[in-house]
Design a protein around this ligand. Structure first.
Ligand code: SF4
Length: 393
């Protein structure tokens, strides 16, 4: 979509207004007031040409997503579902239109453009969400990374990734699920109060850890204020605190904490990934979203499976996702399908006759750890089992 089209704020809003009030809407707009909420519109928003020029300048400076990411071309579907292009939505938020979905977004984004905040460890200044290629530490993507905008494009881009790094990059810019793109970006702009001074990654989260792991940990999806903020799997929330501490005690993580990229955390012989790469509302992706994301998991699994000996599936969702992905890769899964439970274990035979183990583990969510359903001792015992299974026969 051409840069001159932020005026589609009007088109979008008009479309949602009752037909009977269209004339009133246009009269208000000509008077310099928002057509929907009647509040005065900032000067820049009243002048489409000026607004377009400003957005173009921000885009060239890397402060906004590329036109492709903003809704031109394949990204258009998700933006349409949110009510116009990303630029249009951003303009709504900037001028305080009550149609903006996040109150915090209205506070966070000034009339002069996206709010820039320093990375807690690396410094610099980043908007939320973070566009690819502007210097976020460890960002695998840049402005030339191909963007999947439909489930079909996820499948083709996942299959075409030449290595793990290319796969991470493609995952990190995916926009195939309109609802999740909207949710992750709104969470990034609105921010939790305790993280209001931090930029939020606001993009899909690639796998983290050893590129030739022996143990693979598979979770459900990033948390809106955890990985969706920090860009690293299970980093920045209580579930991650439990997981990394247990991995460290078992000898798989360099340090017991994982707070931000740049904190010195490193996984040894281990890797963490999730079945869905974007933070979902209520931690519940839809079946369609799960299926759309499955090719990313399948491609990552194919890259690391040659060295993997044990897969630790976190929660029933992770368990099902692992078995489904292995089955789709041609691995024979025992029938009836093994049931999930903490400590559940099943062995599957890969092509070539090599066997790997899948271990079930309660998810270290606060729901489980606060209630005592999952204790440190239980986690330690499970990772001790995993380590024993990794030992050469
Ligand atoms: S959930 Fe997966 S497929 Fe959907 S937008 Fe995120 S990365 Fe893409």
């Amino acid at each position: 979509m051409a840069l001159s089209q932020p005026v589609s704020v009007t088109a979008d809003a008009r479309a949602s207004a009752p037909a009977a009030s269209a004339r009133m809407f246009l009269r208000r707009r000509r008077s310099g007031r928002c057509g929907q909420c009647r509040r005065p519109r900032p000067r820049a928003a009243r002048d489409p040409a000026r607004e377009a020029a400003r957005l173009g300048a921000e885009c060239r400076a890397g402060l906004l997503m590329s036109p492709r990411l903003r809704g031109a071309g394949p990204g258009q579907g998700d933006d349409a579902a949110q009510g116009g292009t990303r630029a249009a939505r951003a303009a709504r938020v900037r001028h305080g239109d009550r149609l903006g979905t996040a109150q915090g977004a209205q506070k966070g984004a000034g009339v002069d453009g996206p709010e820039l905040l320093p990375h807690p460890l690396a410094g610099g200044a980043f908007p939320s969400p973070v566009p690819p290629g502007i210097g976020w530490p460890g960002d695998p993507a840049d402005s030339s990374t191909p963007v999947a905008a439909t489930p079909g494009e996820v499948a083709s881009l996942a299959a075409g990734a030449v290595d793990l790094h290319a796969l991470d990059a493609r995952i990190s810019v995916c926009r195939a699920c309109p609802r999740l793109v909207s949710w992750r970006e709104e969470a990034a702009v609105a921010k939790r109060k305790s993280f209001a001074d931090q930029p939020y990654w606001g993009r899909p989260v690639p796998g983290f850890g050893d590129e030739a792991p022996e143990i693979l940990v598979v979770g459900l999806a990033p948390a809106a204020n955890g990985s969706n903020r920090t860009s690293r799997m299970f980093t920045g929330d209580r579930a991650g605190d439990w997981l990394y501490a247990a991995l460290c005690r078992a000898g798989f993580a360099a340090i017991p904490t994982s707070t931000h990229v740049g904190d010195g955390q490193r996984l040894q012989r281990a890797r963490i990934m999730s079945a869905v790469r974007c933070a979902p509302p209520g931690n519940k992706p839809t079946t369609a979203e799960r299926d759309a994301c499955a090719p990313w998991m399948a491609a990552e699994l194919a890259e690391v499976l040659p060295t993997v000996r044990v897969i630790v599936a976190l929660g029933g969702y992770g368990w099902d996702a692992v078995l489904r992905s292995l089955r789709d890769a041609g691995v024979r899964i025992p029938r009836p399908k093994p049931r999930f439970g903490h400590g559940a274990r099943t062995a599957v035979e890969l092509s070539g006759g090599r066997c790997i183990s899948v271990l079930g583990c309660f998810h270290p969510s606060q729901q489980n750890t606060f209630t005592g359903r999952l204790t440190e001792k239980m986690l330690d015992e499970l990772f001790a089992d995993a380590r024993a299974l990794c030992a050469p026969e």
